[in-house]
Design a protein around this ligand. Structure first.
Ligand code: ZN
Length: 323
């Protein structure tokens, strides 16, 4: 009986839990800072902890704000076949053709990035220390999400192909296992993006084109990999959890030909380039002289609420709203 209870307890904590994609978001914002020109680096470097830590606020906000979810993805396969020409790239034309409700239902990430870019540009014009920090951290999140193939597919967690968990496998497990030891994030310099909407759509279409490989390679590997070796038990934050085994993860990464590293590097470049473009478009304000007024009570309360909701939420759910 005692034995039975012990194994039941292990099983309880052994439920797959692949939904913490926070690691990569923080890393992307962190590394993006180093691509900036010296006039910006001086500011971003000073606040690199904030910019990295608050990269994950948009995911936490999903628990608080219902409209937040669709800002992180686009189920572009809803609109036909690659390259999805029937879907206007321009927001107004897309609304006219499909209605705002439909667009919201299938995700709006390419357009939401443009909204955030406009806000960040205004923040630079206003020389608002707080807004520049918050918006830089958050736009980094949405840009990175647009680089994830499964953020452009309705089969976002392999739920239609019996591959549940693949979402976190791709965006969390692989980078957490390999980024520190095997990947290189020396990327060069940020570039001015003259047409941000076009740039964004190019990344989204790349993601959409890659989604099929992300799913297919895992299926193939799963079919030939010994089933009892696919997962392993690992300790995480003092809890024993079932995780994709290291050998399985590395083989999948090889099949993907380092796709995750490539997309992370592209995300870093894109995030830095959008920050840089907002600053240029705002007239290159002098960031050296910006004084940090401290965060308002309102800001502090919002972060507290985000954290609380996130902690209270079912963080292991892998439904549409938790990508
Ligand atoms: Zn997200």
């Amino acid at each position: 009986m005692k034995k039975l209870l012990v194994s039941a307890a292990i099983l309880l904590v052994a439920t797959p839990c692949f939904c913490w994609g926070f690691y990569s978001h923080r890393k992307i914002n962190y590394y993006a800072c180093f691509l900036l020109p010296p006039e910006m680096l001086v500011f971003y470097r000073r606040h690199i902890d904030f910019i990295s830590e608050h990269a994950v606020d948009p995911d936490k906000r999903r628990y608080l704000v219902p409209a937040e979810g669709p800002r992180h993805y686009i189920d572009i396969d809803h609109y036909g076949q690659y390259p999805f020409d029937s879907l206007p790239r321009d927001w107004k034309q897309a609304v006219e053709k499909y209605s705002e409700d439909t667009l919201a239902r299938y995700g709006i990430v390419p357009w939401w990035i443009q909204v955030m870019l406009a806000r960040l540009t205004s923040a630079f014009k206003e020389k608002s220390h707080t807004k520049i920090l918050k918006l830089s951290a958050e736009i980094g999140h949405y840009i990175s999400d647009a680089h994830v193939p499964l953020h452009t597919s309705s089969n976002h967690n392999g739920q239609f192909t019996n591959q549940q968990g693949i979402h976190g496998f791709w965006e969390s497990r692989i980078p957490e296992l390999l980024a520190e030891t095997e990947w290189d994030f020396f990327i060069g310099k940020a570039a001015y993006v003259s047409n941000p909407l076009k740039f964004t759509w190019a990344r989204v279409l790349e993601s959409a084109a890659a989604a099929d490989s992300v799913l297919r390679f895992e299926k193939e590997l799963n079919d030939r990999f010994p089933g009892d070796l696919k997962f392993s038990m690992e300790e995480r934050n003092g809890q024993l959890i079932r995780q994709y085994a290291a050998a399985y993860t590395k083989q999948y990464n090889r099949l993907l030909n380092n796709m995750v590293e490539r997309r992370m590097r592209q995300s870093i470049f894109a995030v830095a380039s959008f920050w840089y473009s907002a600053w240029v478009n705002a007239g290159q304000p002098d960031l050296k002289t910006l004084i940090h007024p401290g965060f308002s009570d309102e800001d502090l309360k919002e972060w507290e609420r985000l954290n609380q909701q996130w902690k209270d939420g079912d963080r292991c759910e892998t439904d549409r709203h938790l990508k």
